[in-house]
Design a protein around this ligand. Sequence first.
Ligand SMILES: [Zn+2]
Length: 278
Amino acid sequence: MGFTASGQLAYPHRTMRKPFIAILCVVVASLLPAGTANAARAAGYPIRNADALTSSPLYLTGRLPGSPCPEPPVRAGDVASVKSYLLPLVRCLDGAWAAQFRKARIPFVKPAVRFITKPQRVCGGQWGQDVQALYCNTDHEIVFMLDRNVVDHPEDLFLMNVIAHEYGHHVQNQAGMWAAFDNLPSASKAEYYEQTRRHELQAECLAGAFIGSVWASLGRKGKDWRTLLADDRASGDETAAVRDHGKGRNMANWLNRGYRAAAPGGCDTWTAGSAAVA
Ligand SMILES: [Zn+2]
């Protein structure tokens, strides 16, 4: 996928378990200044000139509340059961992030969440091939495709990570980080993709922060967490045509960093060195 005439860039987020699962994040990107590369307009790396990204009040809000979020039982192969599994998790995410935004004194509106079982037009575009979920920043909506890929394998932490990652994009949107990312100048595709990786790795880290904050109530074992990290490691940009989400080890590193911090303060990908977001 690439740039469309309207300047919209759609790109998939590869699976965290199987190569054929992907998560799409739709970004309304500013058009690259093609052919007019201008070093003075470059954002600089790490990012230094966008306070919403590097000095967000969200980073100072400490740990997420960690209210209990027990996982409902889930039955493989049953769409209704997977939906009943995910909806309470969404309510946990609503509560956790609403509390965090209150601490940061930033207004917060929870996202809409929609489940679909067949491709349909979402966010003004066709549902892409191999897309598992997406966040539409203009509609403030998470759309989750409940296809066989996930419905037949709902028992590990993959589903929770997908919903928490897309919710992470909503957090970025509500905190003004999405707009700041959109407005970052980039003088080349390489710069643009590095910025995109910072944006995606931050969403992955915010997912880890949420999961870390509720871990004690999940009744999961360390092995489950290590499996999720291994899935991230196996689904990085090494497996993709476009370097927009980060190497597998960086995806796993940021997910784990968020998990250990259980706080958004651990998720400033914008001031990290380039190697950490490669
Ligand atoms: Zn994403």
